[in-house]
Design a protein. Structure first.
Ligand SMILES: Cc1cc2nc3c(=O)[nH]c(=O)nc-3n(C[C@H](O)[C@H](O)[C@H](O)COP(=O)(O)OP(=O)(O)OC[C@H]3O[C@@H](n4cnc5c(N)ncnc54)[C@H](O)[C@@H]3O)c2cc1C
Length: 224
């Protein structure tokens, strides 16, 4: 049993938890960030596809719904799914928001209302488009197809700071954790910065439940 008290305990260090922990820590609160998965960094991420699939994902990368009809992927490591995702970070537009508004009834889903939040978070990230001179053959064929059929297209924005494309680096190894700290995962953009300001991180701890008492909340779980 760890007997320690915090102002905030955040469970899960992905896109949601990592950013929340960063901001609460910045406000000088005493914060603990708990993560079920392992804590890898740029020089310790597993190198091969087999190793990173089995170590960075829940279920070793093989999870299905109860009926076995749909497979899905969930990151399980410090940084969560932002460690293994593509890090394409475009804003959603009214096409998406209007449908979500309709389904959810939440009027907050709109380009206008979301703008100030996008503006705020984007200041913390390095966002880049791949310059045209680095487009590969697939991309060129795709663009040609769009143009021939008069479909609009636009490059996607990625969260990346230094992919070293000028020197011929075209790695997509970042899907198993970026070895350059270029990909703007929660780990790179938030958690490592907050660590320098005393954010505490407990990895390989699976939270099972919470007990609510008058003056505090007890977090129960298993240290793996
Ligand atoms: C392959 C792939 C590619 C993607 N590409 C993109 C993309 O290009 N652009 C984009 O915007 N989005 C992308 N996404 C989606 C995006 O990564 C997720 O929407 C986002 O990470 C979700 O954030 P989250 O904080 O909700 O969950 P996560 O990032 O999954 O974080 C949750 C964390 O909580 C931990 N956790 C869960 N339960 C417990 C527990 N009981 N105790 C302790 N820890 C726990 C997990 O281990 C995990 O680390 C992609 C997703 C996948 C799978």
């Amino acid at each position: 049993m760890i007997e320690k008290f915090y102002d905030f305990i955040i469970v899960g260090s992905g896109a949601a938890g990592g950013v929340l922990a960063y901001n609460l820590n910045k406000s000088r609160a005493k914060v603990l960030l708990i993560e079920a998965g392992k804590f890898f960094r740029k020089d310790t991420f597993p190198r091969t596809e087999f190793e990173y699939t089995t170590q960075l994902f829940w279920g070793g990368g093989l999870e299905f719904d109860k009926n076995g009809k749909m497979a899905y992927l969930r990151g399980k490591c410090v940084g969560g799914t932002t460690i293994v995702n593509q890090c394409l970070l475009d804003r959603f537009d009214e096409v998406a928001f209007s449908e979500w508004r309709l389904i959810s009834g939440i009027d907050f889903f709109s380009e206008n209302k979301m703008k100030k939040y996008y503006d705020k978070i984007e200041k913390k990230l390095v966002l880049q488009e791949i310059p045209e001179k680095f487009y590969n053959k697939n991309t060129k064929i795709f663009i040609e197809g769009c143009n021939k059929n008069s479909y609009g297209w636009a490059p996607l924005r990625r969260g990346q700071s230094d992919c070293n494309l000028e020197n011929g680096n075209d790695c997509i190894g970042c899907l198993g954790g970026c070895h350059r700290d270029s990909k703007q995962s929660t780990l790179v953009a938030f958690i490592q910065k907050a660590e320098k300001e005393n954010l505490e991180i407990l990895s390989e701890f699976f939270v099972e439940d919470f007990e609510h008492f008058k003056d505090y909340v007890l977090v129960n779980g298993i240290k793996k």
